[in-house]
Structures are given as C-alpha cells and as structure tokens.
Design a binder for this molecule. Structure first.
Ligand code: MGD
Ligand code: MGD
Ligand code: SF4
Ligand code: MO
Length: 771
C-alpha cells in the first residue's frame, strides 16, 4: 500500500512558456507516472487495458464518446483518463485510525489535493452532534439513523439529494425514484453548474436538451467550431476526432480567450506519426475572443450571412429548410440586422474583417458543427449565447443532416445519462406519468430545488437533510463561504463517496460518510456479478464492468446504499421492491426500459458491442418545441464590461485536476508548475494596472449589490489571455462567485466573466491564504 503524504508541500511557483501542442509521449509518460504513484503496476495494467473497451470499464473521466467497436485502439484512453481511473484505483486507504488522528476541524484546514491524496474511504463513519471527530458506525446503524432523520421531517421538501454525473444510470434511476417516492423533486445536480444553459436553450429551440452530433458527424464535417472549451486537458480524445475530421478535409475554428495547447497542435499518442512528428495543426483559425463575447460573435456572423443572402438571393441561406421547418425567422432577422458593429467589435475584441473572413469559411462549407462547453454556458447570457449558436446553425440548415449539428460537450462521464434517468428538479410530466404508471404512486409535480436554490433554502434553514452522491458540493458550488455556512445549518449532511473531500468536513449537526464502490471495482450482489450502464455526450448508452478487487470489504455499491436507505425510509409505502433491485441491476433496467423512450429492451440491447444510441428527434426531422418547428430566437445582449481598473475573470480547470480535486499543483500545457494560486493576465494589462510579474495580489470580485468577495494571495503570471481578461483556477476562486450571480433562465452560476480587481496582497485586513 502506497503511503499518502502526511504534510502539505508549500507552494513554489515556476513558470515556463505555454506549450504549443498537446498530448504526445510526455503525456503518456506522465499518465503512467501518476498511475504508479497511486497504485500498483498490476492494478494500473488492469484499469488501463480494459478502459473504454467493449465490456470493459467506462472511463470515469469526461463524457467523450468511444469510437465504434472494431475501431478502438488497444489503448483507448487519454492521459487524463488514465489519471482519473488510477486516482480511484489507488492503493492508499483511509481507516478509522485516520479519523481518530484528524479532527473535523483539522481536516477542514487541509487542501483539496491533500484530502484526495489520503486514499479511498473504507468504512461508514458518523460525526455525532457536539463531536469534532468522525467515528465508525455499522451500515445498519448509519442507514437507520439517516432514515429516522428523513422520516422525522415536517415535509419531504426539507431534504435535498445532490448528485454528480459520476454515478451510473442504475444508481441515478434509484436515487430519483427514492426521492420522488419519498415526496420531493429536490434533485439538484452538477449539471445545474455545468451545461444547464445548453439544456434550456436547446430544449426551447430544437426541442431536445441533448446534442445532435455523433462521432461520425464530426469525422465528416467541413467546418467545426470549438468554442469555449479546452479539449487538450478536458476532453483529450476529442482531439483524435478533430484530427480525423481534418484528415477528411475539415477546417477548424477555435474560439477562446486563451490559446490553449490542444487547440493549436495535437500529437496523437496512439499513432506512431503522432509520437514522432510535429503533430497535426488543429485550429486553422484562432479567434482570440474576449470573455463573454461569443453571443456577439455569432450575432455578427448571422448578420453577415443575412446580408450575403441579400446580395445573392437564394444562394446563402437554406430557404426551404427555414420555410418548412423553422419559426421565428423574421423577428430574429430583423434584430440581427440591427446590431451595431461597434458593439460587436467591442464585445468580441475581434475586427469586423476577421469576422467577415470567418463568414467566408462558413460560406465555403456545406456541413458545419459547433462544439462548446463551459466558456459558453457559465455566463449570465449563457442561454442566449447557445440560442444564437442555434440561429447560426439553422440559417444554413446545419442540423439534422449528416456532418452537421449542435455539440455541447458534456463534462462528467454520465452527466447526460443521469438526466435521462430523471435526475432533474423539473422533469416533465410525461416522465412523471410513466413513473406513476410503473410504480403506482403519485410523484410530486411541483418543481424542486436546483443547486443554487438548494443553497438559498439551506441558508434560510428550510433544508434539514442534505445527501450528496458522487460529488463535492461545497467546492463545486459558488460563493464558498455562503455555501459552507448554509451546509452547516443542516441537521444531517451525508455523502456517498469514494474519496475524502471538503464536503465531508463541512458538517451538519450530524454527518455521515457512506463509502462506496467505484466503477473500477467488481460489484457482486445476491444474484451474482453486476455491471452498470452510462450514456456519453453523443447519446450512446453502453455498459461498464468493474475489474478490480474492492478497496475494502465494507464497501457497498451506490445502488445497494440507496436501495437500503429507501427501504428503511419508506417502509413499504409505496411498495417498491428495493431488495430485488439491489440483488439484480437487470431488474432496474427492466423498469427503465418501460419509462425511458429509446431504452426499450434495455437489458438485451445494451450488452451488444457498442451498446445503444438513443434516438435524437432532430436527426429524424422532428422538433418537439411548442411550435413543432425549430425556433429562431431574438437575443438581446449587453456585453459584460469591466470598469476601469478591473478585469473579467474566468475560473477554469488546470490540466492536472478533476473538477474540485487537484491531483498536483501543475498545469503543464500552460507552463505553470508548483502552485495553483496564480492569476493569468495579459502582459499589457499587467502594465496598465501598475502591477508587476509575479506580484502577490488578492482577487477581489465586485458585485452589483455593492458587496465584495476576496480570494487572497495569488501570483500574477503574464499570459497571452485576451486583453482585459484574466484566468484563475477553480475551486480556489469559487469564493468570488456571488450566489446570486447566475445565468438568466438556467440559474447556472456565472463561473466565467466575473468582474474583479487585483489588489496588492496584504493591503486588506484579515488576510491569509485559505485552502
Ligand atoms: N482533466 C479534466 N477533464 C475534465 C474535467 C476536469 O476537471 N479535468 N471536468 C469535466 C467537466 S465536469 C466539464 S464540465 C468539462 C469542462 O471542460 P471545459 O469547458 O474545457 O472546462 P474549463 O476548464 O472550464 O475551460 C473553459 C474553456 O473555455 C474558455 N473560455 C472561458 N471563457 C470563455 C468565453 O467567454 N468565451 C470563449 N469562447 N471561451 C471561454 C477557457 O479559456 C477554457 O479554454 O471537462 C470535463 N473534463
Ligand atoms: N468556479 C467554478 N465552479 C465550478 C465550475 C467551474 O468551471 N468554475 N465547474 C462546475 C462543473 S462544470 C461541475 S460538473 C461541478 C463539479 O462538481 P462535482 O461533480 O460535485 O465535483 P467532483 O469534483 O467531480 O466530485 C469529486 C468527488 O466525487 C466523489 N466520487 C468520485 N467518483 C465517485 C464514484 O464513483 N462514486 C461516488 N459515490 N463518489 C465518487 C469523490 O468523493 C470525489 O471527492 O463543479 C462546478 N463548479
Ligand atoms: S477523453 Fe475523456 S472519456 Fe476519453 S479517456 Fe480521456 S478522460 Fe476518459
Ligand atoms: Mo461539468
């Protein structure tokens, strides 16, 4: 067993020039090095060679899709997938002794990285009222205590059940079934913090919350936009798909305030030419856009396309498609024509000529795809930005045809599947009706609480019980101090987790740690070995089968924990066979197959190589919108603006972290080593603000209600970020995001585009870096 570090290493920043290419030999070497630090060569071998293979372990990293069976490489994973899987397969263990040594107060002082490095959780623990230590508790007592708290609530709506997209379809289905049978729709999830803006915009305009693109489509597009995403670190195998598209003749336009390494050049580690050569240039065009400028960019492009059609009628727009399949064109067009160029130029930081040259690329392309992620959704105007992207696609009929479409690139490996399974506080009546029909109880109809509203309700004392499944809510959520205070007001906080994180240290009066099997581990239940299923970003549903010996004999699977909790809480009302579900996940899938459209005959079809592709109505020419047609929308906007002396800040991921969990303090592609408390700023802004390279500053965000929030002790690093735009890592900067700073319509926190000031450190009272 590897020993975890007992003390934290002090930060020691070194900076090297940002890399101009991503993923090659150093990437693979780095993955192995990290894997072997965490686990044994045998375990690393098992995880890596079965990862993303038919009947193997689905990568617990991002939601990127696997190539079709027969087209998979023997090593069908990326550097970061290898890190994520071996972070779970680690041989380090946390035992009861650990919690005897470390009080909750002590653990709350530790960094996210240190907590994660302590290893896998191995037995259920409880922190009782008034105590500062977790102590062991049996499963029977832990679940009994939990059920008693739930049964004692005045209303089921005093509980919330948070999940991340790490959980399987089966566990997600059981969780939402339990919550609804208990009587609440309070099912906040990480999607509320992630692609919620995409979901709302796509639902409204295309009648589906999901992307419309398959890997095949990407391979055969003529033009692909990659907007507001950093695939080199966050969806590395997307680069293989983009490389393939380029070999088939596609051109790629990257839109980003940062020249991310993976967007520039890619060396494919799975191909000899990738390892040795210079790699493939990914982006043919790079638009160095200002933070929050994407709506203006697409509106500008749309205006140019409308004008091109005026000049050469019948040659630019897909008039037949617009006439037969869309609504709202006139109002959209009228508005788009009226947008002033000076506003577009000032919001994007791009010249009109540059945007015109992109229009020409579009005019040369018959099949266009737009991919996007957090750089688009995590803004106040995230929903209208996605709607404007849809306008752009609709104008030339770039949806529903091969090689075209909308591609929101999802984060967590099963975040899309969880939604399909009913994890959403606003599931439509059709789904709730099907639940009623299948299980014979009346699910609550009133919408539940999403993530931001859960925090508001906890802060007001309206929530007494919080359950977190497979996430780290207090670090993922905005306004860290407010969120932590809100959590501490709960009577019971409980987490079903594989590894220790800060959410376990921010306790309600009573707190439970319910340790669980990870996806890498063999899952044996009463009827034998089980597998689970997941859905990727391209709506492919496939199975995942664990291979490793569980980290401890005391672990239960997520399904088992949730089924037992449901059974103990509901006591037969309504009558749901939780014990059968725990014994045989196939019995859960049978129920799912009768509720979820497209998953009929689930058990039989999902074991076929490659699994099931869920149908997307858009690709069958159907738009399930209110109008029964695809909808053009009019999107008014105001460019986010930083007043004099301020910058727009985005909070983002380094190359070496999984969401709230940093693996190391390095961000190799960006040339940052040894510290995460850095703020990346354009050198001209550093000069204009009267700051110096490597100066220590506090980041101070200013919010419209006059309040300010401070993240102390960051080093200023000159970086080729767009003018006026800075970047710093999440979750250290979540403290800066006001709880009320949310996207219009989707209520998603604005993790990008915060207005901040950089104050020389030590000028405010009460300074001191916090983990
Ligand atoms: N290794 C690793 N992989 C991951 C994750 C991880 O933490 N680590 N997390 C997973 C999850 S849950 C998610 S949601 C995805 C996230 O994947 P990404 O969306 O790539 O994640 P971020 O690090 O937030 O990066 C946002 C990107 O958008 C750019 N950007 C910021 N603001 C703007 C803007 O206003 N306009 C434009 N055009 N660009 C902008 C940033 O410069 C950056 O390149 O990754 C998934 N994959
Ligand atoms: N400022 C800012 N905030 C953000 C973002 C941002 O870009 N900027 N991004 C947002 C986004 S896109 C997302 S998705 C959220 C992510 O937020 P979350 O999904 O809540 O956070 P994670 O860091 O993925 O959760 C990590 C924990 O999951 C648990 N875990 C891992 N694997 C398993 C498993 O198999 N089973 C169980 N039961 N537990 C497991 C481990 O205990 C681990 O500590 O953060 C959001 N917050
Ligand atoms: S691209 Fe995503 S799903 Fe694929 S191996 Fe890498 S982290 Fe895993
Ligand atoms: Mo995400």
């Amino acid at each position: 067993m590897q020993k975890p570090p007992s003390e934290e290493a002090p930060d020691q920043l070194t900076v090297t020039p940002p890399k101009k290419w991503a993923t090659g030999v150093p990437a693979v070497a780095h993955a192995l090095e990290y894997s072997l630090e965490e686990t044994s060569p045998q375990r690393a071998g098992v995880t890596l060679l079965t990862m993303n293979q038919v009947d193997g372990i689905d990568c617990p990293g991002c939601a990127w899709a696997d190539p079709a069976p027969g087209h998979r490489h023997r090593n069908e994973y990326c550097e970061n997938g290898a890190k994520h899987i071996n972070d779970e397969a680690t041989t380090r263990r946390i035992t009861a002794d650990f919690f005897r040594t470390h009080s909750v107060t002590d653990l709350a002082q530790r960094s996210d990285q240190w907590l994660n490095q302590q290893g896998r959780l191995t037995e259920p623990m409880v922190k009782r009222p008034g105590s500062d230590h977790y102590e062991p508790i049996s499963w029977h007592d832990a679940l009994g205590l939990f059920a008693t708290e739930l049964r004692g609530l005045d209303s089921p709506d005093e509980a919330v059940f948070y999940t991340s997209g790490r959980v399987s379809n089966e566990a997600a289905f059981i969780l939402q079934l339990f919550a609804r049978a208990f009587g609440t729709n309070n099912l906040p999830d990480c999607s509320n913090l992630c692609h919620e803006s995409s979901g709302f915009a796509l639902h409204e305009t295309l009648g589906t919350g999901k992307g419309t693109v398959s890997l095949e489509d990407l391979h055969h597009a003529d033009l692909i936009f990659v907007v507001g995403q950093n695939p080199g670190s966050n969806h590395p195998r997307q680069l293989s798909a983009l490389e393939q598209a380029k070999r088939n003749g596609a051109r790629i336009i990257a839109v980003n305030p940062l020249p991310e390494a993976g967007l520039l050049r890619f060396k494919n580690p799975q191909k000899p030419r990738g390892v040795i050569g210079r790699g493939v240039q990914i982006a043919d065009r790079f638009l160095h856009i200002k933070i929050g400028g994407d709506l203006a960019l697409f509106q500008g492009l749309n205006r140019l396309l409308l004008e091109a059609e005026d000049a050469r009628p019948g040659t630019v727009l897909d008039q037949d498609f617009i006439r037969s399949s869309t609504a709202g064109f006139e109002e959209f067009a009228q508005y788009a024509r009226s947008v002033a160029w000076e506003d577009i130029v000032s919001a994007t930081g791009l010249t009109r000529e540059k945007i015109e040259s992109i229009r020409d690329e579009v005019l040369r392309s018959d099949r266009v795809i737009v991919c996007w992620a957090m750089g688009v959704t995590q803004h106040k105007h995230g929903v209208p930005t996605v709607r404007e992207i849809v306008n752009f696609l609709l104008l030339r009929g770039n949806v529903g045809r091969a090689g075209t479409g909308a591609c929101p690139v999802r984060g967590h490996s099963n975040v899309q599947g969880d939604r399909t399974m009913g994890i959403w506080e606003q599931m439509p009546d059709t789904f709730l009706d099907a639940l009623k029909e299948e299980f014979g109880f009346d699910p609550p109809r009133a919408h539940g609480l999403d993530s931001v509203n859960s925090i508001r309700a906890m802060r007001e004392g309206r929530i007494k019980v919080f359950l977190g499944v497979a996430g780290n809510f207090v670090r993922a959520a905005p306004d860290s101090d407010v969120t932590e205070e809100a959590m501490r007001r709960c009577r019971l906080t409980a987490h079903i987790s594989t590894k220790l994180n800060r959410s376990h240290t921010v306790c309600g009066e009573t707190a439970l740690i319910l340790p669980t099997l990870g996806r890498t581990e063999v899952d044996i239940q009463a009827t034998g070995e089980q597998f689970v299923t997941v859905e990727d970003s391209m709506s492919e549903v496939h199975l995942s089968r664990g291979r490793l010996k569980p980290a401890s004999r005391l672990l239960l699977s997520e399904v088992a924990i949730l089924c037992r909790l449901a059974d103990r809480t509901l006591q037969g009302r309504p009558a749901i066979p939780w014990d059968q579900f725990e014994a045989d996940y196939g019995a859960i899938r049978d129920r799912i197959s009768r509720i979820v459209v497209g998953l009929h005959d689930f058990n039989r079809r999902v074991v076929r190589p490659g699994g099931i592709r869920l149908p997307n109505p858009v690709n069958e020419g159907a738009f399930h919108t209110a109008a029964g047609k695809a909808l053009f929308t009019r999107n008014d906007w105001q460019a986010p603006r930083a007043p004099e002396g301020h910058l727009l800040l985005q909070t983002l991921r380094s190359h070496d972290q999984w969401n709230t969990v940093p693996y190391t303090t390095n961000d190799r592609y960006r040339g940052i080593h040894g510290s995460r408390r850095v703020v990346l700023v354009n050198p001209d802004d550093i000069t204009d603000l009267g700051l110096a390279e490597r100066q220590r500053v506090d980041l101070v965000s200013v919010w419209s209600d006059g309040t300010e929030r401070r993240a102390p002790g960051f080093e200023v690093v000159p970086y080729p970020s767009a003018r006026g735009c800075a970047a710093a890592y999440y979750p250290e900067t979540n403290v800066l995001v006001p709880l009320d700073s949310v996207a219009d319509i989707s209520n998603q926190p604005t993790s990008k585009g915060l207005v901040v000031r950089l104050e020389p450190a030590g000028t405010a009272a009460g300074d001191g870096a916090r983990p």
